[in-house]
Design a binder for this molecule. Structure first.
Ligand code: ARG
Ligand code: ZN
Length: 471
């Protein structure tokens, strides 16, 4: 009895081993579900695990008359594990069909998660193509800080899609976390007479037989999905080049054209100035979109085409969004906790621009904040000291004043410690060594110490992480 039982066990163990060997070497792979979020400290469900995206091809067809969007997203990604299913972040709209590697895939939706179950499990390392067809009226999101993002209608017959931090999921499915950057081709079709603007270079503009116009925009450099934009409406378009040859494209709402002329005229000079201060402009194209006034509560550094809500009232705002092209867009945050690497740097760029153009020096800006002196800066008596820039208390604070102003003050403190020569080498080195990549606050503090050879721990303790108002 015992003997027979033992041998039966031995036989089944051998069969199991054989089956396992077949699974590893043969056609069948055993995938598991990819994670539904990347556990960002502020937006834990943003992004997804198990794959990284190389390229998005978005085909967007928009009808301003009824606000309906028809979209096709073709997403080329690489599996980082065997996948039985994976998620895309997607909010609202109706999914019509999903295919993976050309074969129909099952899917279901919970909250902002679209879970896709391919017909065949995906192998680790496999490059796979997912197509999602979708339609509907895209929605506007209200962020934790009460500002609007996502899809927003403009004027009487236009719209804009923006996405900081998570609004891009209202107009295309994707891996919506800044740690997964990809190249994009965004094609937008609109009725004749409308313009459609997106990131990168306008490759073709085609009048179709059915009376509509197709705009094909190409962004070869990696882009975080929160920096994607689509702008549809009646705009005045101007093209040009900076003195060093960067292609420029600006689209301005007709009602804002007069007021926008002066600030936008300085864009070529600003691109050149930034290249001198921070190193080569990171993208093939530059530009701006001026939306009808009142569309958004803020300007946004959408890649290569920052959007302004109404004419920029100050040159510094144009400069701020341009500076993000180096800091935020080329060097992108690893998580939403690292926002001061975007905003602190962009504000400091404003201070440097002022310093180089007959305005207050960065030292004067720094002193004005310490003193609450609004003669030099309107924001100097704001709550710039309410929390440490590297540690916003909650998701509603990631765009709060301390991230911007105390963030800039961190950089000025570093400059005071190491001197101008090392400080400007640090800014250029940071942009060069993390070009088109992602970085965290810890990456920056380590880099700054190594690059300058200074022990900066006191600066980090007091200015970056310190809860109390620095003195
Ligand atoms: N990143 C933008 C800028 O400073 C501002 C975005 C503000 N967003 C928000 N939800 N409050 O250029
Ligand atoms: Zn900013």
């Amino acid at each position: 009895m015992e003997q027979r039982a033992f041998s039966r066990l031995a036989v089944s163990a051998a069969a199991a081993l054989l089956a396992l060997t077949t699974a590893c070497t043969g056609g069948t792979v055993q995938g598991r579900p990819g994670a539904s979020g990347l556990r960002d400290p502020y937006f834990p469900k943003a992004g997804n695990g198990g794959y990284r995206v190389d390229h998005y091809a978005l085909d967007l067809d928009y009808d301003p008359a009824d606000g309906q969007l028809h979209g096709t997203a073709v997403i080329t990604a690489r599996a980082e594990q065997g996948l039985s299913s994976f998620n895309l972040d997607f909010s609202g709209l109706k999914v019509e069909e999903v295919t993976v590697q050309g074969a129909g895939a099952r899917y279901n939706r919970t909250g902002n998660e679209l879970t896709v179950r391919p017909a065949e499990d995906l192998k680790k390392g496999e490059v796979f193509v997912t197509e999602v067809d979708y339609a509907g009226k895209p929605k506007t999101l209200v962020d934790p800080d009460q500002s609007k993002e996502g899809w927003i209608t403009t004027g009487k017959d236009g719209a804009v899609g923006v996405g900081e931090p998570v609004g891009s999921m209202t107009w295309f499915p994707g891996n919506h976390h800044p740690s997964d950057k990809a190249a994009y081709d965004i094609t937008i079709t609109v009725p004749k007479g409308y313009e459609a603007v997106s990131n990168g270079e306008l490759r073709t503009r085609t009048d179709l037989a059915d009376g509509r116009t197709e705009f094909a925009w190409h962004s070869p450099e990696p882009m975080a999905s929160y920096l994607a934009t689509a702008v549809i409406g009646r705009y005045k378009v101007t093209t040009g080049r900076t003195p060093s040859g960067v292609a420029l494209y600006t689209a301005v709402a007709p009602g804002e054209a007069a007021a926008s002329a002066a600030p936008l005229a300085r864009l070529p000079e600003m691109v050149e100035w930034g290249s001198g201060r921070f190193g080569p402009y990171p993208f093939g194209t530059a530009g701006a979109v001026v939306l009808p006034a009142g569309t958004l509560a803020y300007a946004l550094e959408t890649q290569t085409k920052p959007v302004f809500s109404g004419a920029p009232e100050e040159d510094e705002l144009v400069l701020h969004e341009l500076a993000h092209q180096w800091f935020g867009n080329s060097v992108s945050p690893k998580s939403w906790k690292d926002m001061w690497l975007n905003e602190g740097f962009a504000v400091y760029a404003e201070w440097l621009w002022a310093e180089d153009h007959g305005g207050p020096t960065a030292q004067q800006h720094f002193d004005a904040f310490l003193a609450g002196d609004t003669e030099v800066d309107d924001h100097a008596d704001s709550d710039w000291d309410a929390f440490p820039p590297a540690d916003p208390p909650g998701p509603e604070d990631i765009s709060g004043n301390p991230v911007y102003y105390r963030g800039a003050m961190v950089l000025h403190r570093v400059r005071q410690e190491v001197g101008d020569e090392k400080f400007f080498a640090l800014l250029r080195g940071w942009a060069a060594d993390h070009r088109h990549a992602n970085a965290s606050t810890a990456d920056f503090t380590a880099y700054a110490q190594e690059k300058t050879g200074h022990d900066l721990r006191k600066v980090w303790d007091v200015w970056l992480y310190g809860k109390a108002r620095p003195r």
